[in-house]
Design a protein around this ligand. Structure first.
Ligand code: SF4
Ligand code: SF4
Length: 360
């Protein structure tokens, strides 16, 4: 991928600090003059599409491995249950093992089974969607998000798949030439045939007739722009979930810059320290943005900024107009968000003229 595409994560240790507010408003500001993909990587609660009121198109289901037991081969030794770190496999002496918990698809049980009694099945863990911002046609903004299946806890895999899909769009590597999944779950071949689970062709709809319900990947790339570097995209903004767990780490992998969004409260300070410590380990350049900056004690955050030697680059106040838009699920516009976008645009100039690595 061309390194001139800037990948920026909007993250923060604490939920409710305004990551989605900052992500959507920053993506909108940047997309006034640049092509931007916003990735909502909070797959358990993707709300950017509600704030932006985008269109919604299903790209694909995301699957993970699900072990399938062959009782004819199983010796009831229990080795599979012992190796399962998720405690998803129940084994009772002299009985066949069975899955009762959340399997994360790691495949360890397949590897340890001495009798080759476990085969690789599949489970759908969620889906990737995309949508275009349509309130203002002058903005070049595409939203990509993942949505986890209800009851499924395997969020890391879906976050990675969602992020990779967005990055593949940028690099032009996403290949939709074989099969895709319609909203109703049918497999549709490249020739427009609808195929049943058993592999039978059950209808022969034309490509045109399925285009409304099924995603055409090339629709993301206006005619001629697939010849441009990075398909014309200049920024990928990744809105992570709150916290410092695996799913957040997956969203943060390989970004050029992280903006740690926090609020000036003792809890905000504590969680900011956690996310800054994680980003330090990941060697990811980071800057701090304070939301609701006039609501608590800003000194709490200034102290963390000094202790970690990380700049506090923008403060967003707690204003009635922001609150109103937030309550109505509308994107926020504010002069400080514009200033934040300007500072990002200045960083991109340094990146394209240097070695592709943003300064810390
Ligand atoms: S490891 Fe294989 S043989 Fe042993 S209980 Fe599990 S499935 Fe059966
Ligand atoms: S695939 Fe991994 S998580 Fe799932 S049952 Fe096997 S060992 Fe457990």
């Amino acid at each position: 991928m061309n390194n001139n595409v800037i990948k920026i994560a909007i993250t923060g240790g604490k939920g409710g600090t305004g990551k989605s507010t900052v992500s959507t408003s920053l993506a909108m500001e940047l997309s006034r003059k640049n092509r931007v993909i916003l990735v909502d990587a909070d797959v358990e609660c993707p709300d950017d599409r509600i704030i932006l009121s985008t269109t919604q198109e299903k790209v694909e289901d995301v699957e993970s491995l699900l072990p399938f037991f062959n009782q004819d081969k199983c010796s009831k030794c229990g080795a599979c249950s012992e190796v399962c770190r998720e405690n998803a496999l129940i084994f009772v002496k002299d009985k066949f093992p069975f899955i009762s918990g959340q399997c994360n698809g790691c495949g360890a049980c397949l590897l340890v089974c001495p009798f080759d009694a476990i085969q690789e099945g599949k489970q759908i863990i969620g889906a990737i969607y995309q949508g275009k911002y349509q309130r203002n046609n002058d903005l070049n903004l595409l939203l990509v998000w993942g949505e986890i299946e209800v009851g499924c806890e395997n969020t890391s895999l879906l976050v990675k798949a969602t992020r990779d899909y967005a990055l593949d769009l940028v690099s032009g590597e996403f290949n939709s030439s074989e099969e895709s999944i319609s909203d109703s779950g049918e497999v549709i071949s490249d020739s427009g045939e609808v195929i049943s689970d058993s592999g039978e062709v059950i209808s022969n709809s034309s490509r045109e007739s399925i285009s409304n319900s099924n995603i055409n990947q090339n629709s993301n790339v206006p005619y001629g722009e697939d010849k441009l570097p990075n398909n014309g995209y200049e920024y990928v903004i990744i809105d992570t979930a709150a916290g410092t767990h695996c799913n957040v780490i997956n969203a943060l992998m390989g970004v050029d810059l992280a903006l740690a969004v926090t609020e000036p409260t003792p809890l905000g300070k504590h969680d900011l320290e956690l996310i800054l410590s994680l980003l330090e380990i990941m060697e990811t350049p980071v800057q701090i943005v304070v939301n609701k900056s006039d609501m608590g004690d800003l000194n709490l955050i200034k102290i963390v900024s000094q202790d970690f030697n990380i700049p506090l680059i923008q403060e967003i106040p707690y204003e009635k107009d922001i609150l109103k838009k937030h309550a109505r699920n509308q994107p926020v516009t504010h002069e400080n968000i514009k200033k934040l976008a300007d500072s990002i645009l200045n960083l991109s100039i340094k990146t394209s003229s240097a070695d592709g690595v943003l300064p810390q």
